[in-house]
Design a protein around this ligand. Structure first.
Ligand code: DX5
Ligand code: ZN
Length: 214
């Protein structure tokens, strides 16, 4: 079985203690740090932005997996890259279809890994044309905007469809309501990266929680 990249979402961490909470997962087997950026337009919530990513970069050796839930992501890609994002994922629904390709190119030009995400109601078909240019596809298994929501199992079926249309090395990530049970549903279908916020950060045993996702 191929490697599964575990990416704890710091949306469920204590924002007054981000360094402590990043170390907590870094020292207990996490592969990446998932950073949820929300602008109050693309999603109703507002979270963290470029200056925070820059500061987080100073306190971790793990790759920063930045999930942009923002409108006009192309305006901010260079800034996130400069701040230290290693993977930059934007939403298909946030960009006009004819511009998707250029936004992917923009990310690749910064030297970072490029990801494209789809919300629960978006068909996987719309992203097939871009799979060969991407490093990662993020299948949302909740409506983006908040942590702690219930996993939508029908969204996980998109993983199989994407996998059968993608180059072998494309990373297929899932995000939303992931725990030891829902994570297995996704990895069995071919997901190779799991994002988990509440399941990891609300656990009494962080190492056990992370290990249980593999
Ligand atoms: C939701 C975010 C997720 C969120 C996941 O919009 O993209 O990354 O933090 O949280 P859980 O794992 O608690 O559903
Ligand atoms: Zn996310």
């Amino acid at each position: 079985m191929s490697e599964i990249y575990i990416s704890p979402s710091i949306l469920s961490a204590d924002f007054a203690n981000l360094e402590r909470d990043i170390k907590l997962v870094e020292n207990n087997g996490a592969d990446w740090i998932h950073v949820d950026v929300m602008d109050g337009h693309f999603v109703p919530n507002i979270t963290i932005g470029i200056p925070v990513v820059k500061s987080l970069k100073q306190v971790t050796n793990l790759p920063l997996d930045v999930h942009l839930m923002i409108e006009n992501p192309e305006k901010y890609i260079q800034d996130f890259a400069n701040a230290g994002a290693d993977i930059i994922t934007f939403h298909y629904e946030a960009v006009e279809p004819e511009k998707i390709e250029s936004v992917i190119k923009m990310i690749k030009t910064t030297g970072k890994k490029a990801g494209l995400s789809i919300k629960p109601k978006t068909s996987p078909k719309v992203i097939y044309p871009y799979l060969k240019d991407l490093d990662l596809v993020l299948v949302m298994t909740v409506e983006p905007g908040f942590g702690g929501q219930k996993f939508m199992e029908d969204c996980a079926d998109k993983i199989l469809k994407i996998k059968s249309n993608a180059p072998q090395d494309l990373i297929i990530q899932v995000d939303g309501g992931i725990n030891d049970i829902t994570g297995k549903i996704c990895t069995q279908k071919g997901a190779t990266s799991l994002v988990a916020g509440n399941y990891i950060y609300k656990s009494d045993d962080i190492k056990k929680a992370i290990d249980s996702l593999r």
